[in-house]
Ligand binder design. Structure first.
Ligand SMILES: [Zn+2]
Ligand SMILES: [Zn+2]
Length: 170
């Protein structure tokens, strides 16, 4: 489980953690699922939690609840299923297959070398290095997930503004 970056946190500040479920206390959407607005888009809170903890959701799969609590966003209460109608069946499948996600949606294995953290708005999520490389944004997004790199960029910005000021620019 990756810790979110920055405070206050729009997502985790709306989650009430307990020893059991981590309950979404924000807005709801559809059939009683948590709704969260991220980067201008409405997303399901439990799907968002899944993507942060485990990585992208393969097309056509649902993020289901072992605990049958639609407001729960605790990653280890979630699993991938092919349908939501038959929860009992999906839950059984999930215990066998869903919890141990070993490959990305395109079939690359999540080995330590192939698993990276990429910046996602103000959050960081797990992703597949092979896929990110194919998307061609790997270098920047991996760099941007590193607080030291961001601090250096900010310092650079400050230095250049100071220089402009010293030269009498408006
Ligand atoms: Zn739960
Ligand atoms: Zn991949």
């Amino acid at each position: 489980m990756f810790e979110p970056t920055g405070t206050p946190d729009p997502f985790w500040s709306k989650v009430q953690k307990s020893d059991g479920c981590w309950t979404w206390a924000g807005a709801t959407w559809g059939r009683g699922y948590g709704a969260f607005k991220h980067e201008g888009r409405q997303v399901y809170a439990h799907r968002f939690a899944w993507e942060m903890a485990k990585g992208p959701i393969p097309a056509g799969l649902f993020v289901c609840h072992h605990c049958d609590n639609p407001l729960c966003v605790r990653p280890d209460h979630l699993f991938l299923g092919t349908h939501t109608d038959n929860m009992r069946d999906a839950s059984r499948k999930g215990r066998l297959y869903g919890w141990h996600v070993t490959h990305c949606p395109r079939g690359h294995e999540y080995t330590p070398e192939n698993t990276i953290r990429v910046q996602w708005g103000k959050y960081v999520r797990r992703s597949c290095r092979s896929c990110e490389k194919q998307r061609g944004r790997l270098a920047y997004r991996v760099k941007a997930a590193d607080p030291a790199w961001r601090a250096k960029q900010a310092e650079r910005g400050r230095a250049s503004r100071a220089r402009m000021k010293a030269q009498g620019a408006p």
